[in-house]
Design a protein around this ligand. Structure first.
Ligand code: PMV
Length: 320
């Protein structure tokens, strides 16, 4: 039986950066994100006793560099005595370029594998298993506004507000489509080892998270904007001050930040956030969506924009 699951990427407004346990991939800090609706990854999976090893294609091409992580994740869901699997992944957005493609991929993978193996783990467990592969993937199991709490032994992930309670719009300004220069795991380890700002980053995270949670409950865009931008710039400051420095931005990333600043000066409800890549993500009130998108499209260096609302968690699509 072939099983297909779909998940959307999520964008962190309060970031996960740093690991308390690298082997178990446990985040050093809690985080808060929004799950998107119009960008997706679909994972089609079939366990087959005849196969000698797992196979993986991503958008139709074999993907040997991702295969080990996928196999490890399948072992966690279905046990290491499982049959080998044929896994085919398709996404409608750029992979490995700071658009949370691994979050969507591993969230969809655990749902597909759970169904195909008949393990019936439940969403919280699947979130933990996805999180072992990619910390941010745990959040894509849930819809809307999502909080991840990182314990010493395991994570807890939960929805804190539904999509419909505050239907924000996300515009992604794509400024480069090639894969990022350094993966997030290596970058986080380097940040923890070498950045003089890493300890303050850890210390201030709970305060930022509390402010952001309040802002979501109060639907206060100015409050959310201030704390989310501050948290994002702190995360990048940690990276910039690492040795060697980790700089994911390009000139267009900065130009997009200026565009958002002028929109804010004109009174529009919008703010930016940037992850481990050069794309800028603008989060805005739905009524500002058209103007924000047009302004970002006119910003020098922007290749194209993608637009999304808030959406559901990872789910099963079909079985063949
Ligand atoms: O889940 P990872 O290992 O790809 O790390 C994600 C880190 C950020 O995207 C930069 C922040 C976040 O919370 O998603």
């Amino acid at each position: 039986m072939r099983t297909v699951a779909q998940a959307q990427p999520n964008i962190a407004l309060i970031k996960y950066w740093g690991k308390r346990d690298v082997d178990r991939n446990l985040p050093a800090v809690d985080s808060l994100s929004v799950t998107l609706d119009s960008l997706w990854t679909r994972m089609s999976l079939k366990f087959d006793e005849q196969l000698e090893r797992d196979t993986l294609t991503v958008n139709g091409s074999t993907a040997p560099s991702m295969l080990q992580r996928v196999s490890n994740c399948l072992d966690l869901v279905a046990g290491d005595e499982r049959a080998r699997a044929r896994v085919d992944s398709t996404s409608n957005f750029p992979i490995g370029a700071g658009l949370a493609s691994s979050a969507a991929a591993f969230a969809a993978l655990v749902v597909a594998a759970d169904e195909a193996a008949g393990t019936r783990h439940g969403t919280s467990t699947l979130a933990r298993l996805a999180g072992a592969a990619s910390g941010s993937a745990a959040r894509s199991l849930f819809a809307g506004f999502v909080e991840l709490t990182a314990g010493d032994v395991e994570i807890e992930v939960r929805n804190i507000a539904a999509c419909a309670s505050w239907p924000l719009t996300i515009i992604v300004a794509v400024t480069a489509e090639e894969p990022k220069p350094i993966g997030s795991t290596e970058a986080m380890i380097r940040s923890a080892r070498t950045s003089p700002f890493y300890s303050s980053w850890l210390e201030q995270q709970d305060g930022d998270l509390e402010t952001a949670r309040d802002a979501v409950q109060q639907k206060d865009i100015a409050k959310l904007a201030a704390v989310a931008e501050h948290n994002c710039l702190k995360m990048h400051s940690v990276m910039w001050a690492s040795r060697p420095p980790i700089v994911y931005w390009n000139q267009a990333t900065l130009a997009c930040m200026q565009t958002i600043r002028s929109l804010q000066a004109d009174g529009h409800g919008v703010f930016f956030t940037i992850d481990a890549g050069p794309q800028l993500k603008a989060v805005c009130l739905p009524e500002a969506g058209d103007i924000v998108r047009a302004a970002l499209e006119q910003t020098r260096g922007v290749i194209r924009t993608l637009q999304s609302g808030l959406g559901p968690g990872a789910r099963l699509l079909e079985q063949e």
